[in-house]
Design a protein around this ligand. Structure first.
Ligand code: GTP
Ligand code: MG
Length: 183
């Protein structure tokens, strides 16, 4: 896959010359890892420490679509100012880009399940009219029972066709995600 890092953005974003797909979810849920898996290259920075991604990072895939890696939410240790900063940056991002975002991947940890902040995120998507797909992450770490429970929670919001199971560790879900991105 041809993928190019376009830069980290805080206030101004790149011109909407290509449609974009954004990876959203709690801190540490595996957004950057999933993006890397999908493109087959280590372009986004991954870390054990939550809060690794601090800006809105743009990648261009196949000269066709922007892939966007954004900072995660819900990291317990962040200070109030940090949370406010996140909220401001993300509100600006979604408001400015809502028409250019063709799809948001909402990542949910297969073990942890749907959290209140994920529900808030879904409300944002609905408010901004952004179509979203739920991606369960790190299935390699989850038992079948945990996956079923999380799937059941997710189905309160979306139909089965809008859920993808994934593991960056095992390359699971790659084809499915790629085909949704390039569609
Ligand atoms: P922030 O940028 O802080 O919001 O985090 P993120 O959502 O981008 O998570 P990131 O991709 O940096 O991954 C966080 C941690 O989870 C890292 O230690 C990864 O190696 C690990 N991880 C990511 N995906 C998987 C997976 O599919 N399986 C397992 N076992 N670990 C994973
Ligand atoms: Mg990240």
């Amino acid at each position: 896959m041809r993928v190019k890092f376009l830069g980290s953005f805080y206030e101004e974003f790149p011109p909407p010359d290509y449609p974009e797909v954004v990876f959203v979810g709690r801190s540490n849920v595996g957004k950057s890892s999933l993006l890397n898996m999908v493109v087959g290259a280590k372009v986004a920075r991954v870390s054990k420490e939550p809060g690794r991604t601090r800006a809105v990072n743009y990648f261009l895939l196949e000269d066709e679509v922007y892939l966007v890696d954004v900072p995660g939410y819900g990291y317990a240790k962040v200070k109030r100012e940090e949370m406010e900063r996140w909220k401001k940056m993300m509100e600006k991002y979604f408001l400015e880009r809502k028409d250019n975002i063709k799809m948001a991947f909402l990542l949910i940890d297969s073990v942890a399940g749907v959290q209140p902040l994920d529900e808030q995120m879904i409300e944002w998507f609905e408010y901004y009219g952004i179509p979203y797909t739920v991606v369960l992450t790190k299935t390699d770490k989850a038992t079948q029972k945990e996956i079923s429970r999380t799937l059941k929670q997710v189905k309160r919001y979306v139909g089965e066709e809008a859920v993808v199971l994934s593991s960056a560790k095992e390359n699971r879900g790659k084809k499915e995600l790629l085909s949704r991105i390039l569609k």
